[in-house]
Each structure stands twice: as structure tokens, then as C-alpha cells.
Design a binder for this molecule. Structure first.
Ligand code: HEC
Length: 128
């Protein structure tokens, strides 16, 4: 049958592709992967990488909110967060519902899953 003539190389290619996927998944943590899926579209995180729609988040953990030079934070963000530091607790509230922390903020995102928020916050702590 035609099918058996090509099924072995096709299976081999699939197995190789799976192997590649597994090894790259091991190189990054769950938090980093979730960050890429949830945040990277708007937030660069590599040191000195240009800001996107949102501010660069390199080293944001523990810092004062709203301090990335040149980023046009909303008035609502500045009003609600001026002088506050990004602790794990504040980040958790922020990611769960930015609008409840700073009503009118430009950040259009919300993450209802506490375990996803926790992994992402743990990852942010490592990028400093
Ligand atoms: C759709 C785009 C978008 C997505 C997705 C997004 N953000 Fe934001 N984020 C923004 C914008 C825009 C701001 C600035 C808000 C303002 O000025 O009102 C912001 C602000 C922030 C700040 C404040 C930074 C500072 O300089 O004080 C943090 C922290 C943050 N986002 C974390 C995250 C994390 C973590 C994720 C993923 C779980 C995420 N954001 C997903 C757009 C986004």
C-alpha cells in the first residue's frame, strides 16, 4: 500500500519535531513560557529592548510603578500607582484586573487564573 511506503519517514520526522519541542520547552521555565504567551505581545523584557505598546518590564519587580523613562503612562495609571512598588501582592492584583487597580488604565488584559499569575510573577522576579 502507498501508505506504508511513506509512513516511516513521516513518523521519524514527527518524532524529531517532538524532540526539538521538548528540548526547547526544558530550556525555558513555565513562567517564561506563560510570559511569552500572555505579556510579550505588549511588553518587551530584554534589558534595554525598545518598549512596545506597554513599558519594558526588565527589572520591574520591586521597583516603583510608572518609572520607565519615555513611556506615556495614562493619567489613571499615574494617579492610582504613583509611589507604589511592584510587590508580588500588587502585581497579583494588577494582573487579575488592572481596571480594579487603576480604573481607565490602558492595559487591556486580565488573568483570572491565580496559578498563571503566580508563575508569571515568579518569572518577573528572576529578570533583573
Ligand atoms: C494588550 C497589551 C498588554 C498586555 C497583553 C499586557 N500589558 Fe501590561 N501594560 C500595558 C500597558 C499599555 C501598560 C501601561 C498602562 C497605563 O499607562 O495605563 C501596562 C503596564 C504594565 C505594568 C506597569 C509597569 C511599570 O512601568 O510600572 C506592569 C507591571 C505590567 N503591565 C505587567 C504585565 C504583565 C506581567 C502582563 C502579562 C501577564 C501584561 N502586562 C500584559 C499593556 C499590556
Amino acid at each position: 500500500m502507498m501508505k506504508s511506503a511513506w509512513s516511516f519517514p513521516a513518523m521519524l520526522a514527527a518524532a524529531l519535531a517532538m524532540g526539538a519541542a521538548v528540548s526547547s520547552a526544558q530550556a525555558e521555565t513555565a513562567g517564561e513560557k506563560l510570559y511569552k504567551q500572555n505579556c510579550a505581545a505588549c511588553h518587551a523584557i530584554a534589558k534595554d529592548a525598545p518598549m512596545g505598546m506597554g513599558p519594558n518590564l526588565h527589572g520591574v519587580f520591586g521597583k516603583e510603578a510608572g518609572k520607565l523613562a519615555g513611556f506615556p503612562y495614562s493619567e489613571e495609571f499615574k494617579g492610582a500607582l504613583a509611589g507604589k512598588n511592584w510587590t508580588a501582592e500588587l502585581l497579583d492584583k494588577w494582573l487579575e484586573q488592572p481596571q480594579s487597580v487603576a480604573k481607565g488604565t490602558y492595559m487591556m488584559y486580565a488573568q483570572p487564573d491565580a496559578s498563571v499569575r503566580k508563575s508569571i510573577i515568579e518569572y518577573l522576579q528572576t529578570v533583573k
